[in-house]
Design a binder for this molecule. Structure first.
Ligand code: PEP
Ligand code: MG
Length: 322
């Protein structure tokens, strides 16, 4: 079975009816790119940059990775992918990913608090440092910049103007940087409900189902006592995912899923049927998802997927159906 999976590595992910599907890797550190390449990923769909910041004291901004250290890390990730694109998500801390010194436990609902892009916008010096490091690394390979947890159009504009400011700072210093495609995570229901607004600002979208489920169903993803209600197959979740994919396809904008759903073979056929052609997951899931893709006929999956999302009940037996 291992050698069969190894043979799969170089096989392009194409469905029976000839639809090309992009299988990307989620990584936490630059050295994870080796495993991504080995698994047959055609790029990194989610580099969770906050892992560079973990173990540092967030109350002391000077102890966080500086521009040079971050630049080296992003450059190493790009080089590790050997010419394939790397999607770097700006720091996404808070709630399930606390930083040292950030007392998330002082807040009643840390998942609803000052996390991810909200924290970045509240610490512009820290955020600009990260943006400059990413821009500089983009001179060494194809980087896509991904912004987590956006919900407000004002946050979008603030983020993009800080990005312009970071470019201007590098211009002033005479430091080289490269072009970036800029995208947003869709992981708050408000964002999923205003995808058309997001698409006016962004080159691509990536659906973060882990948080989208949490916020749609009001289930703390870290709370064991409600884990049985954390249901990726809930029709409300699937409709937000389906509508996001559909709007991106209408507008010819790239869209991927980078939450756990993308690496869960039980959802591969449903997501293909909803029109998804880009999946980002833990590298270890790539061979199994590729096998599902190779067996799928999207023409047959479309009508079935539409009945699934119209259903009143959670989708059952997704893998066996259709
Ligand atoms: C998500 O929310 O689905 C996601 C990919 O981000 P994270 O799991 O890092 O919050
Ligand atoms: Mg998330």
């Amino acid at each position: 079975d291992r050698s069969r999976l190894a043979r799969l590595r170089h096989k392009p992910a194409v469905t029976l009816d000839g639809q090309r599907v992009e299988l990307l890797a989620n990584i936490e550190l630059p050295e994870d790119t080796a495993g991504a390449v080995k698994a047959g990923a055609v790029g990194v769909g989610l580099f969770r940059s906050e892992f560079l910041f973990m173990g540092r004291d967030a109350t002391d901004l000077a102890s966080l990775p500086n521009e040079e250290e971050q630049f080296e890390a992003y450059k190493r990730a790009v080089e590790g992918m050997q010419g394939m694109p790397v999607t770097i998500r700006t720091i996404d801390v808070g709630a399930d990913k606390p930083l040292e010194g950030r007392r998330d436990d002082l807040h009643l609902n840390p998942a609803l608090g000052l996390r991810a892009i909200r924290w970045s916008l509240s610490e512009p010096a820290m955020f600009l440092t990260q943006l400059r490091a990413i821009l500089r690394a983009a001179a060494h390979g194809e980087i896509h910049l991904l912004i987590p947890m956006l919900a407000h159009s004002s946050e979008i504009r603030q983020t993009l103007s800080l990005l312009d400011f970071a470019r201007a700072e590098l211009d002033n210093r005479g430091v080289a940087y490269g072009p970036l495609k800029v995208g947003a995570m869709i992981e708050i229901p408000a964002a999923a409900l205003m995808v058309r607004t997001f698409l006016r600002y962004f080159d691509f979208l990536s659906i973060g189902t882990n948080d989208l489920i949490q916020y749609t169903l009001a289930i703390d993803r870290a709370d064991e006592s409600v884990a049985h209600l954390y249901d990726p197959a809930h029709p409300a979740v699937l409709r937000l995912v389906a509508d996001t994919i559909a709007e991106c396809r209408r507008q010819n904008k790239p869209v991927s899923v980078c939450g756990e759903m993308a690496g869960d073979v039980a959802f591969t056929r449903l997501l293909l049927g909803l029109g998804l052609r880009s999946f980002s997951m833990h590298p270890s899931q790539i061979p199994a998802v590729k096998q599902e893709v190779l067996r799928a006929d999207t023409g047959k999956l479309v009508p079935w997927a539409n009945t699934v999302i119209e259903s009143d009940e959670p989708a059952q037996k997704l893998a066996d159906a259709a």
